[in-house]
Ligand binder design. Structure first.
Ligand code: ADP
Ligand code: MG
Length: 422
């Protein structure tokens, strides 16, 4: 099953549009020019007000589109400049890792491309710009797994805390850049075919129930193909609740949490005919003392729970118990070396249509089949929590050791009154 119907209409993977390609080959690109340009963006990135981002879609008009383009050209180069500086600030030896040094070059290119882009003044120019923007986002599709791989190879020179702090910043930055860019692309498309329930990439009537059905059926196929069995998903609570949210973010979170619950349930009930269902409970949107509303979900499984000794690590990047046996050691990576995804990881792509994963995936010795990876990347929990926190929500796990696990997902309603600083 493809989840692409839930995702933003995504451009099929394609080479860069002409301007970006030509630009990347331009011989006159000099590091001095970029350094000078970077100096102009040497101010801290202002938090982005979501209300402002959404304002260009209410309603979509030619002038709001052009304002949105100007906004993109104001905001994204600043964020790319921050990434360039952070990459340049890594310990020298880490910066010499080929994954990291290539990524720095790619960020410098993208930064210069946008920092010198002439703001579109007509819808026609904007169409070209929107295509360029999509291309640029695609060009960075593998950033997170690539970074993780570079860090893995440099683990002797970086503490796990330092790598994790860097990854947090990189992912948050990437979510913002992608949100700003895709909002503009979605609005540019909406001009021709407006959709009543969406403001660009925010769906005002996002239905947890249909997202759970959709993600559940995908994960169920994945589980059948990988583990040979799969539990049912039951949905209770306020099953018809809807709330304003970014569907692709919810899709990512639900897919990752369901994968974890499915795997735990199948493995814990190995060989038994009846696997207890995974039960997802939906709360109504609830206002928090004069503040914003939140909608919460609880994903409950009877997958045997999480060993107490593993609990401090489950939110660490690349921590996994999939494909791990006590004899294996991948030769580095800190105190849980054997349980971190190893250096033999192959890098997939976010355009692969796998689980709608926004960041691409690292495939390693994890549990995988042709249709995707059910576990073994160790990115599901940290990235899902980052997504929930991005708009001020949260993700917590509670476990009843020997019985099962509850994941509590709290999501902020992105209504008109939202004042999220992102
Ligand atoms: P991965 O699934 O790739 O291993 P995650 O970040 O999604 O990475 O999860 C990290 C680890 O947390 C898993 O390997 C597993 O040991 C543990 N875990 C997460 N969710 C559950 C669950 N519902 N039941 C049991 N263990 C879990
Ligand atoms: Mg997982």
């Amino acid at each position: 099953m493809s989840l692409s119907c839930l995702a933003l209409p995504r451009a099929s993977p394609r080479p860069h549009t002409r301007a970006f390609r030509t630009y990347r080959r331009a011989p006159e690109r000099s590091s001095r020019q970029i350094t000078e340009l970077l100096a102009r963006y040497d101010t801290p990135v202002r938090p982005l007000n979501l209300r402002q981002l959404l304002s260009y879609g209410q309603p979509v008009t030619e002038s709001s589109i052009l304002e949105s383009a100007a906004f993109v050209l104001h905001e994204i180069p600043r964020r790319l400049a921050t990434r360039v500086r952070r990459l340049e600030g890594l310990p020298f030896i880490v910066g010499t890792n080929p994954f990291i040094s290539n990524m720095l070059l790619a960020y410098r290119d993208s930064f210069q491309f946008l920092a010198t882009y002439k703001p579109p003044t007509s819808l026609e120019e904007n169409n070209t710009f929107a295509m360029e923007l999509e291309s640029l986002v695609e060009n960075h599709a593998n950033d997170i797994p690539t970074l993780a791989k570079g860090f893995k190879e440099s683990s002797r020179y970086m503490s796990p805390e330092m790598a994790s702090e860097f990854l947090d910043g990189a992912i948050r930055n990437r979510v913002s850049v992608r949100l700003i860019a895709e909002q503009h692309v979605a609005l540019s498309r909406a001009l021709g075919t407006p959709k009543a329930d969406s403001i660009g990439i925010v769906d005002r009537r996002c239905s947890p129930r249909s997202m759970i059905d959709m993600c559940g059926s995908f994960v169920s196929q994945l589980s059948q193909a990988t583990l040979g069995a799969s539990p049912q998903v039951e949905i209770d609570g306020v099953t018809d609740a809807t709330f304003p949210y970014v569907p692709v973010h919810l899709e990512y979170i639900l897919t990752e949490l369901l994968k974890n619950s499915f795997r735990a349930s199948v493995e814990h009930h190995d060989g038994k005919a009846d696997i207890p269902p995974v039960v997802v409970t939906i709360s109504p949107p609830v206002p928090h003392s004069h503040g914003p509303k939140f909608l919460s979900l609880r994903i409950r499984d009877q997958g045997g729970g999480i060993a107490i000794s593993n609990i401090p690590n489950i939110f660490s990047y690349a921590f996994t118990t999939a494909g791990y046996s006590a004899d294996e050691d991948d030769g580095g990576g800190g105190p849980y070396a054997a349980q971190y995804v190893g250096g033999s990881a192959a890098i997939g792509s976010e355009g692969s249509g796998d689980s709608g994963n926004l960041f691409g995936e690292i495939t390693s010795r994890g549990l995988q089949t042709g249709i995707g990876t059910i576990a073994g990347l160790g990115y599901g929990l940290p990235m899902s929590r980052l997504y929930t926190k991005y708009f001020g929500g949260d993700l917590q796990l509670k476990t009843l050791e020997g019985w099962g696990t509850d994941a509590y997902v709290k999501l902020r309603c992105l209504d008109e009154a939202v004042d999220a600083r992102i």
